[in-house]
Design a protein around this ligand. Structure first.
Ligand code: PRP
Length: 216
């Protein structure tokens, strides 16, 4: 039997994908928050979900470990998109990729004076491209999470990170100074799978497209 494998991460992306799956008549058999299972079956015997780290979704799809994936634009920008087609902006898990600094740091002045700014981020590619385009000199420090901490302990002057409600920035005395990109989650597909399994995948893609149309 031909199968459909969809890779996605737990948390906000999974929660906001459940209604899209429901519209296609697909119900996961368990909740990844409550289960340690990494392959989640659904009510449809030929459809299964892979629960992977958000940053690994494009890799699973690129190498054919999954036919389809749902990943944030932030993750896709860092991955580069090789071997994938970005089919749809699903309009879910919206946030923005921003530059933020401590309230006490005069970012505009540092830029004006041409100072080197130390920036902590896990988004090296996006940060490098952003500051290069603005002609701002930066030293980038790669972190894997809790970026907001870096300026508080003198590891960096600024961070590049995702901001949704702004609560994490506020709680750590940081302010947004630039928006790099608006972020939302995209449906990506393995290029070979789209050719070979088009008849099976297209109805699901069509439902996702219809459901996301009003969101974007
Ligand atoms: C993200 C992001 C910020 C926070 C922003 O982290 O890195 O820390 O959410 O959200 P807010 O503006 O609503 O406060 P997440 O909790 O996803 O964990 P991560 O550090 O592993 O990415």
């Amino acid at each position: 039997m031909e199968t459909i494998t969809l890779a996605l991460s737990k948390g906000r992306i999974f929660e906001e994908t459940v209604p899209l799956l429901a519209a296609a008549g697909i119900t996961p058999t368990c909740d990844p928050e409550a289960s340690r299972q990494l392959i989640i079956s659904t009510n449809l015997p030929h459809v299964r979900l892979l629960i992977v780290r958000a940053t690994d979704v494009p890799t699973y799809v690129q190498y054919g470990g999954a036919d389809l994936g749902i990943a944030g634009k932030d993750v896709l920008l860092e991955h580069g998109g090789e071997g994938l087609y970005q089919l749809l902006d699903l309009g879910i898990a919206r946030c923005r990729l921003c530059v933020a600094v401590p309230r006490t740091f005069d970012y505009a002045q540092a830029v004006r004076l041409g100072s080197r700014i130390r920036v902590a981020t896990k988004y090296l590619k996006s940060a490098r491209a952003h500051f290069a385009a603005k002609g701002v000199h930066v030293d980038l420090i790669k972190l894997y999470g809790s970026m907001e901490l870096a300026p508080l302990v003198g590891l960096a002057d600024a961070i590049v990170d995702l901001v949704s409600t702004g609560a994490t920035l506020r709680a750590n005395g940081l302010v947004e100074v630039e928006t790099i990109a608006a972020i939302s989650s995209r449906l990506v597909v393995n290029q070979a799978a789209l050719k070979v399994k088009r008849a099976l995948l297209q109805p699901l893609i069509d439902v996702f497209e219809e459901k996301s149309r009003d969101r974007i």
